[in-house]
Write a protein that binds this ligand. Structure first.
Ligand code: T1G
Length: 691
């Protein structure tokens, strides 16, 4: 293809030189693409027949950014800044023709062109902040010169792209081309600017509008909570400030300095790791060649409670019809009513049109008979977490569902093999563990039973992507991956508040670590009485005692914390006294507990449990475990996940601390053999993959 190199081609049509980049899958700016682009610009500039240049990409998208896989490796090929200088300083107009997504370095290249033409479906953005970075090829200096400081602040710190129509309104795009006619439209545009002798519009020569000190102060204040713990957002803000206050070249120096600071930091290494880890998780190793997925055109959901309703919404929002079944009319009406209410709330926030609400609701069929699931391609059970009830449901489903239907359980920890054994088709049974609220949380644990067929597993992963979930395959064990590791953190948190810490100490430390909230605030939010029964309660645990005095959590104004009418949370003196009395009753001599011990006691056993999960083959990869924790439990993405964090701390250090606590806390801290092996070999949990 390429007559410049494998990635770049230059053709001439009349007086227009057309540079076409073709480097699947996303035309990322790897060395070959940069070299090819530079060569093609040189050649087009040198050709007297060429009066203007169009830069376009083959495949599904315009350049989607620098090649992230090159980061951290020895530089190869021409630098991106040099390529951009050739474009911006070309003596002939350069028109960037954009389809798909012009992201990061891709948009930064387009910003050095003199004009930009895009199809309406195109998106333009600078998502580097999601990688713990900032646009390091002039994006923070050129973007505000077009869209203004306020819009640029929002775009670079959120990383959210804007559509081509919005880009046209802000001047980021000069003209929209009809879908499917980008090339011809861009060539016609180039011919027009030549005929009209339009100037070579350099973005760098424009002034930044609206960059006042008040803007930056207010922006920082308004986003402090959202950016808590992250380094990259502040660095991006500083760059937009520089663009507003310094000459272009000075601003570029400031951008470079801040970019390198992030590039060499742990947070960006973590966030770039997560980018690839999330895509790896979607891949099933050793899938038999030619495994085809089953079509999922109709879904059945059993149970219209919180989970059943949330699960249904995922499919409805993706345009897949759902039949939801409940045994009682009032429960069914309540469930479908909540689904509608949720959509109306989304519409009220402007994120869904009224037509969208009706479209989604129009795909929902409510029923009180399992027989109405007979034509579903996938049925998801979301009934009470009790094995006998689940077995009964699956036994009935076995008789009702059509051959080849996939039967899934939303169980959060029960044995999927046992459930499958209640049917005559265990090969069609899989676990689909949604996280509450199921229509919001991105994580889906896909639990493969011993007899789950490969095409069922592949279909589950495919449908997960279709409904916008991040799916991770888990093996059958208690709590699968996430909840199994969570239980070790919960155990230690409960012990720590008897040994000397208070709930608010543990919550503060884990909040500062980067979690959205600590375990005791989480317990109050979820409700302390979940799974608790007055009849059976014997006051053995602190939670029993709290529920026995009707401290059920945030919902009734008192749990581990006291809550005022605005739900503001304060440590409870009553609970503090209960804890002291309870510890004394247990003969526990309380002591001062450091923040460091809280982190080590809550996090290191999770790392150890993750190593056990890997060793038992309950997860394919260490990075899969990190994806579970980031997308299901709010693990701070800038720490990469428990496996990546263990590698960052150093596995030998983790091992030493586990053995230290084992002396006083017992075999809950006995290290996993895999952890010992990797520590001895200098291996990494985040790079580990089951054979
Ligand atoms: N570099 C390397 N590989 C990339 C890549 C990139 N920028 N983007 C995607 N891939 C791979 C990805 O790993 C996957 O590989 C395949 O392409 C399909 O991706 C100097 C420093 C473009 C919206 O952050 O947002 O520019 O798994 O599954 O869902 O200032 O990919 O098939 O082997 O995601 O259709 C800034 C990142 C970089 C954009 C397409 N750019 N990419 O989504 O496909 S830093 C980004 C995306 C930078 C400059 C700075 C998405 C997409 P595999 P996919 P998709």
């Amino acid at each position: 293809m390429g007559n410049i190199n494998a990635a770049a081609d230059l053709s001439v049509e009349g007086n227009i030189g057309i540079i076409t980049l073709d480097s699947p899958p996303v035309n990322a700016l790897g060395a070959d693409v940069r070299d090819g682009l530079a060569g093609a610009v040189d050649k087009a500039v040198a050709d007297p027949a060429v009066e203007a240049i169009v830069l376009i990409c083959a495949g599904r998208t315009f350049i989607a950014g620098a090649d992230i896989s090159e980061f951290g490796k020895p530089p190869r090929g021409i630098g991106l800044h040099e390529v951009q200088a050739k474009i911006e300083n070309a003596p002939k107009p350069v028109v960037a023709a954009i389809h798909g997504t012009a992201l990061g370095g891709g948009l930064e290249v387009a910003l050095t062109a003199h004009y930009r033409v895009a199809v309406p479906s195109a998106k333009l953005g600078l998502p580097e902040v999601k990688l713990g970075l900032l646009p390091g090829a002039g994006g923070t200096q050129r973007l505000p010169r077009i869209v203004g400081a306020a819009k640029a602040l929002d775009m670079v710190t959120s990383g959210t792209p804007i559509g081509a129509k919005a880009a046209l309104e802000t001047g980021l795009v000069d003209e929209l081309a009809p879908e499917g006619e980008l090339r011809s439209a861009a060539v016609a545009f180039a011919q027009k600017i030549v005929a009209e002798k339009r100037p070579l519009k350099k973005v760098r020569d424009l002034e930044v509008k609206g960059g006042s000190p008040e803007l930056f102060a207010e922006f920082r204040k308004a986003n402090a909570r959202k950016f808590r713990g992250f380094e990259a957002p502040e660095a991006n803000i500083k760059c937009i400030e520089a663009a507003s206050g310094l000459p272009f070249d000075e601003g570029m120096k400031r951008e470079r300095e801040l970019f390198m600071g992030l590039m060499t930091g742990v947070q960006s290494a973590a966030q770039r790791y997560v980018f690839f880890a999330e895509r790896q998780a979607a891949k099933i190793p050793n899938l038999p060649e030619g495994t085809a997925t089953r079509p999922i055109n109709k879904v059945g959901v059993i149970g219209a409670g919180t989970m059943g309703g949330g699960i249904s919404m995922n499919f409805l929002s993706a345009g897949i019809p759902v039949t939801i079944v409940e045994m009682k009319q009032d429960a069914l009406d309540r469930g479908t009513g909540i689904i509608r209410k949720n959509y109306e709330n989304t519409a009220a926030k402007g994120k869904l049109t009224a037509e969208g609400v009706e479209r989604n609701m129009g795909l929902l069929t409510a029923s009180m008979s399992l027989d109405d699931l007979a034509d579903c391609d996938l049925v998801i059970e979301a009934v009470f977490e009790q094995m006998d009830i689940k077995k009964e449901v699956f036994g009935k489903l076995d008789r009702i569902a059509k051959p080849g239907a996939i039967l899934a359980s939303n169980t959060s920890y029960l044995n999927v093999d046992e459930i499958a054994a209640a049917t005559s088709r265990p090969q069609d049974v899989v676990g689909l563990h949604f996280f509450s609220p199921a229509n919001v949380m991105r994580l889906l644990e896909v639990v493969r039973g011993a007899r789950t067929a490969p095409d069922v597993l592949a279909t589950a992963m495919e449908v997960a992507k279709k409904i916008g979930k991040v799916a991770v395959v888990a093996g059958v064990c208690f709590g699968f991956i996430g909840n199994r590791m969570l239980s070790s953190r919960q155990r230690e948190a409960n012990k720590l508040i008897l040994e000397g810490a208070m709930p608010w100490d543990v919550d503060r430390v884990l909040y500062d670590f980067g979690f959205p909230m600590g375990p005791f605030q989480m317990a109050d939010l979820a409700g302390l009485d979940i799974g608790w029964s007055k009849e059976k309660s014997r006051g053995e645990t602190l939670r029993d005692r709290l529920c026995e005095i009707d401290r059920r959590g945030q919902k009734n104004g008192a749990g581990f914390y006291d809550y005022d009418e605005k739900r503001n949370r304060t440590p409870s003196p009553l609970v503090e006294k209960m804890i002291l009395d309870f510890a004394a009753e247990k003969g526990i001599a309380r002591r001062a507990i450091s923040d460091e011990e809280i982190v080590e006691r809550c996090i290191y056993p999770m790392i150890n449990e993750g190593a056990k999960v890997l060793d038992e083959g309950m997860a394919y990869r260490g990075s899969d475990i990190d994806i579970v924790w980031i997308n299901g439990y709010g693990w701070p993405v800038y720490r990469g996940g428990p496996m990546f964090y263990g590698d960052t701390v150093g596995l030998q250090t983790v091992l030493d601390r586990l053995n230290h606590y084992r002396a006083t806390q017992g075999d809950d801290f006995a290290p996993s053999p895999l952890l010992e092996k990797l520590a001895a070999e200098g291996g990494k949990l985040s790079q580990y993959a089951a054979k």
